[in-house]
Design a protein around this ligand. Structure first.
Ligand SMILES: [Zn+2]
Length: 261
């Protein structure tokens, strides 16, 4: 049976989540897994790219194959990424990120699986993070092993509007994110499946749980016997599989969780 709560039940929701996490920790330390989507970072000022008026509505998609073969497409990609970079460098981890970091330090949380590319979990202090879609904080060369922080390279692009070449081999530099038409990193995906199948509590936070593997991992966790809790602004297709569904602000729920830790 699914327990459903909303913005009126924030303290009850936090109390129940804390209870279930404590029980999981007592049975097996590090057996709580968090899965996060765009909804956790909107409270840090990073727009949800799928929402109306979001980045996807304004920008045309640059597919990976087109990036690889066309200088024009690479320029369009760099234009979009450099515009989005302004949001990333301003953003700071919020209470949900920092509470997840505290839970990891406490030994309760195994780690975070995230769909986000903003790097905020690492910045908050989580050491154990699986970034399914890579990170916009770094870039790499498609033609050799060169990789680097992205900041300086974006500044160079914004200054002269020219796509930079790899300083080592002259090859194609691309943000270390997974583009449309590019497959997810296999080892990250594999590890995510392992965590989901082994955890006792699976917290799905701020994800609409529609795209893969977001649609599968919570289901795997529940099928393996974990308590599934879904916290999201809106309903998700997996709500009926969950033990607890909370449709409320993540920041409010995690402020209450932090205060009761
Ligand atoms: Zn190179």
């Amino acid at each position: 049976m699914t327990i459903r709560m909303n913005a009126d039940d924030v303290s009850d929701a936090a109390a129940l989540i804390c209870l279930w996490m404590r029980e999981a920790h007592a049975a097996a330390p590090g057996s709580v897994v968090a899965f996060t989507g765009a909804g956790i970072s909107t409270e840090s000022g990073i727009p949800d790219f799928r929402s109306p008026g979001g980045v996807w509505a304004k920008n045309r998609t640059v597919y990976f194959d087109d990036f690889c073969r066309s200088a024009e497409e690479r320029h369009e990609y760099w234009r979009q990424k450099s515009a989005a970079h302004a949001d990333f460098i301003k953003a700071r981890p919020n209470v949900t990120h920092t509470t997840l970091a505290a839970l990891e330090h406490h030994g309760t949380l195994c780690g975070v699986i995230t769909q986000n590319i903003d790097g905020l979990h690492a910045e908050a202090g989580n050491a154990s993070v699986l970034e399914l879609h890579g990170t916009a904080r770094r870039l790499g060369c498609l033609d050799c092993d060169f990789n680097d922080h992205v900041d300086l390279w974006v500044e160079m692009f914004l200054a002269d509007n020219v796509v930079p070449d790899c300083p080592t081999c002259g090859g194609r530099l691309k943000h270390a994110t997974v583009s449309f038409g590019q497959s997810l990193p296999e080892h990250i995906l594999q590890k995510s499946v392992e965590w989901s199948q082994q955890c006792r509590v699976f917290l799905a936070l701020g994800s609409s749980l529609v795209v893969e593997p977001a649609a599968s991992l919570p289901r795997m966790a529940a099928a393996a016997g974990a308590k599934l809790m879904i916290l999201n602004r809106d309903q998700t297709p997996l709500d009926s599989h969950a033990d607890l569904v909370v449709n409320a602000s993540l920041g409010e729920v995690f402020t209450a969780i932090r205060d009761s830790m």
